[in-house]
Design a protein around this ligand. Structure first.
Ligand code: GDP
Ligand code: IMO
Ligand code: MG
Length: 427
């Protein structure tokens, strides 16, 4: 039997690049889709047969009946939100009971982790991260502090004691932060009901599960969450999430050695968006930004917050390509750029003293960079109906070729609308 492998598909910007759509589109050529980091801070949208589905913790292969889906050890999961998501997804026709596998080593988001997220943001005041308040940071903090509660612990007769120990620590912390505006009892009822319901699903020692599948010749797609510029090490720290979103995060988030990686597919929007606080040198605080937000429906899939919009940032894109060793690019939402006479691309950063650079420096957050742009001729055709690259307007083809030459990586897939069918694979 031929040897199995793993392909990684991940976001190269600040999240919401369209990972859900593309993972779902690519699934028919894979046997397994696996999430390796993040948690319900993610909102991955899929559209098929005129219907939209949003997934938060469940991998985006769940709507294909022959595909297994794994929530890996690197993910943090909230039993309450996951059960709601499972019900929604089952109602939409997915076979979650048979096709979803959950790592026993995934850390659990407890009710107090979510409260701690809110307490910490309140404490930070105008320096807040703009977290999704799903408890991500506090849960990873406990994981790395070696006091986390894991999915496998739900089956331990001592689960309630483990839970209680964590809760007491969290309550002391919240007391310290003067945060007491919550009803813990009702949150706990909800939590334990969800834990009971979740136990009927499949829990596995996921590192063995996935390596066995690779040895059996299976093809795995590892689906990233968030984006490279939100990576805990390389993003715009501290305005980041709490996990490694770059390709390296896959090996530790699933327990798969780098030698099994066949290729890394990097997803980017033809422009940029960001939700929450932090630097965004190519941000458009004007009419064009508003047009992008309206046309691109740039409102958070998880929180509904309006996304900040701006031109494509090539400095950040090249950085993300370098960090993850991206082999091929997937460009999303070019249809949203139709109708502009000029399309701009940020190719450098200018600091407050007028110095320019084309890399991301240590003081990225404090430097107050503004992007320096190149201008490209726009296109006016409706791209959402185009199904073949020979029908691309010339100026759009020029834009694609210019980007490929600048980044040095081929753009293999072009998405021209939210639906599965609005996708062009290039030869
Ligand atoms: P993810 O978090 O990376 O999966 O991305 P989100 O689902 O949060 O945000 C992407 C949004 O863009 C969703 O509403 C998608 O339905 C939509 N979308 C994806 N690809 C395209 C595209 O090529 N064109 C347009 N117009 N919308 C798209
Ligand atoms: P997907 O997978 C966009 C942002 C939040 C905030 C920061 C930290 O849908 O692309 P957290 O809740 O992790 O503590 O928030 O990261 N953020 C995202 N932005 N897409 C996401 O996920 C995000 N997940 C977190 O807005 O700025
Ligand atoms: Mg999203």
């Amino acid at each position: 039997m031929s040897k199995g492998f793993i392909d990684v598909v991940l976001g190269l910007q600040w999240g919401d690049e369209g990972k859900g759509k593309i993972a779902d589109f690519l699934t028919p050529t894979y046997d397994v889709v696996a999430r390796f980091q993040g948690g319900p801070n993610a909102g991955h949208s899929l559209e098929m047969n005129g219907k939209k589905h949003v997934l938060n913790t469940i991998p985006s292969g769940i709507f294909h009946k022959n595909c297994l889906n794994l929530i890996g050890n690197g993910v943090v999961m909230d039993p309450v939100r996951l059960m709601e998501e499972i019900r929604r997804t089952e109602e939409a026709g997915a076979d979650v009971k048979n096709n979803l596998y959950i790592s026993r080593k995934a850390n659990l988001i407890l009710p107090t982790h979510k409260l701690l997220d809110a307490a910490s943001e309140k404490h930070k005041g105008d320096k807040k991260i703009g977290s999704t308040l799903r408890g991500i940071g506090p849960t990873y903090r406990d994981k790395y502090g070696r006091s986390g509660v894991r999915a496998g612990d739900m089956f331990d007769p001592e689960f309630k004691q483990k839970y209680q120990k964590a809760i007491e620590r969290h309550l002391a912390l919240m007391n310290h932060l003067n945060f007491d505006d919550f009803d813990l009892e009702s949150l706990e009822n909800e939590f334990f009901n969800a834990v009971d319901a979740l136990k009927q699903y499949k829990f596995v020692d996921s590192e063995y599960f996935i390596n066995d599948l690779i040895n059996q010749g299976k093809k795995i797609l590892a689906e990233g969450a968030q984006g490279s510029m939100l990576d805990i090490d390389f993003g715009s720290y501290p305005f980041v999430t709490s996990s490694n979103t770059i390709s390296g995060g896959m090996t530790v988030g699933l327990g798969v050695a780098p030698k099994h990686v066949r290729s890394v597919k990097g997803i980017f929007k033809a422009y940029c968006t960001r939700v929450g606080s932090g630097p965004f040198p190519s941000e458009l605080d004007d009419d064009i930004g508003e047009q992008l937000r309206k046309k691109g429906h740039e409102f958070g899939a998880t929180t509904g917050r309006p996304r900040r919009c701006g031109w494509l940032d090539l400095v950040a894109l090249k950085y993300a390509v370098m960090l993850s060793g991206v082999d091929e690019l997937i460009m999303m939402k070019s249809d949203v750029l139709s109708g502009f006479d000029k399309v701009l691309v940020g190719t450098g950063y200018k600091d407050k003293s007028g110095n320019t650079l084309d890399t991301i420096p240590y003081d990225f957050v404090s430097a107050g960079f503004e992007a320096v742009y190149t201008e490209h001729e726009g296109w006016h055709d409706d791209l959402t109906v185009v199904r073949d690259e020979k029908d691309f307007p010339q100026s759009f083809s020029n834009y694609i070729s210019w980007l490929e030459a600048e980044v040095g990586v081929p753009i293999k897939v072009i998405s021209l609308g939210p639906d599965r069918v609005q996708t062009v694979v290039r030869g």
